[in-house]
Design a protein around this ligand. Structure first.
Ligand code: ARG
Length: 253
C-alpha cells in the first residue's frame, strides 16, 4: 500500500512538473514571437486614427494585424509624421508602412510596395458656400494639403508652390480651411468624408481630382518580408478578410 502511495505521489510530481514546464514554454514562445513594426501617421481616418482609448485603430491597423497573425508575428505600431515614413522604412526604424500610402513611380525608387489593397481618390473640400465648383476653379486659390502626400505633389505641380500650404496632418489643414487661411483642402476621399462629417459647413466637390492605389511599403533590402506579406495579403484578399475590414470602416453609399 505504501509503495502504491509513493508511486501515486511520484506520478503527481512528474505530471505537475510537466505542467509547469509546459506553461513556461508557452510564455517564452509568446515573448519570442518576432516583432513586425509598422509605421503610420494616425491622423487619417478611417485608415488610421487614435480611438477614445488612445489606441491606434482603423483599416490599416487591422489589415497589418491580420498579416502579422498569418506570419506568426507580433504587431507593434509606431505613429510618426507622414513625411518621415519612407525614410523610417528605408533605415529599418520600422519594418513596414501601412498609411493609406499611394503607390507611385517616385516612391518605387526608394521602397518596395506590397500588392494593393484599396483605392483612394484625391478630392477637394471647400466651405459649403465656396465659389470653387470644380477642380478647374483651383487656379490662383490657396490650397491646404498634408505635407509630403500625393495631394501635395499634384497641387504643387498643377498650381505652383505659392498656392499650396502644407500642414502636418489633414485635421490641421481642415482647421485652416475653417479659419479661412486656405480656400480648400485636397486630400484622400475617405479621410475627407470623416473630416466633413466632423466639421460643420464643409462639403466635398463632386469632381474628383486623381484616383490612386494604396499598398504597404517595405525596404528594398527585405525582399523576404515583401514576399511573405504579399502571400499573406493574397490569402486575406481571397478569403474576404480584407473586404470585411474595408466594409467595417467604409459605409457603402
Ligand atoms: N494617399 C496619400 C499619399 O500616399 C496620403 C496618405 C496619408 N496617410 C496618412 N496616414 N496620413 O500620399
Amino acid at each position: 500500500m505504501k509503495k502504491f502511495f509513493a508511486l501515486v505521489l511520484a506520478l503527481l510530481m512528474v505530471v505537475s512538473l510537466a505542467a509547469c514546464g509546459g506553461a513556461e514554454k508557452t510564455a517564452t514562445a509568446n515573448e519570442e514571437k518576432p516583432e513586425l513594426v509598422m509605421g503610420t501617421n494616425a491622423a487619417f481616418p478611417p485608415y488610421e486614427f487614435v480611438d477614445d482609448n488612445g489606441e491606434i485603430v482603423g483599416i490599416d491597423a487591422e489589415i497589418a494585424k491580420a498579416v502579422a497573425d498569418k506570419l506568426g508575428m507580433k504587431l507593434t505600431i509606431k505613429d510618426m509624421e507622414f513625411d518621415s515614413l519612407l525614410t523610417a522604412v528605408q533605415s529599418g526604424a520600422v519594418d513596414i508602412v501601412f498609411a493609406g500610402l499611394t503607390v507611385n513611380e517616385e516612391r518605387k525608387q526608394s521602397v518596395d510596395f506590397s500588392i494593393t489593397y484599396a483605392t483612394g481618390v484625391q478630392v477637394v473640400i471647400v466651405p459649403e458656400d465656396s465659389k470653387i465648383k470644380t477642380v478647374d476653379d483651383l487656379e490662383g486659390k490657396m490650397i491646404g494639403v498634408q505635407a509630403g502626400t500625393t495631394g501635395d505633389i499634384y497641387c504643387t505641380d498643377d498650381y505652383g508652390q505659392d498656392n499650396v500650404k502644407q500642414f502636418n496632418n489633414g485635421a490641421l489643414a481642415v482647421a485652416a480651411l475653417q479659419n479661412g487661411q486656405v480656400d480648400c483642402v485636397v486630400i484622400d476621399n475617405e479621410p475627407a468624408k470623416s473630416f466633413v462629417e466632423a466639421n460643420d459647413g464643409l462639403k466635398i466637390l463632386d469632381t474628383e481630382y486623381v484616383t490612386e492605389d494604396y499598398a504597404a511599403a517595405i525596404s528594398k533590402d527585405n525582399k523576404e518580408l515583401t514576399d511573405k506579406v504579399n502571400k499573406a495579403m493574397e490569402e486575406l484578399k481571397a478569403d474576404g478578410t480584407i473586404d470585411e475590414i474595408l466594409a467595417k470602416y467604409i459605409k457603402a453609399e
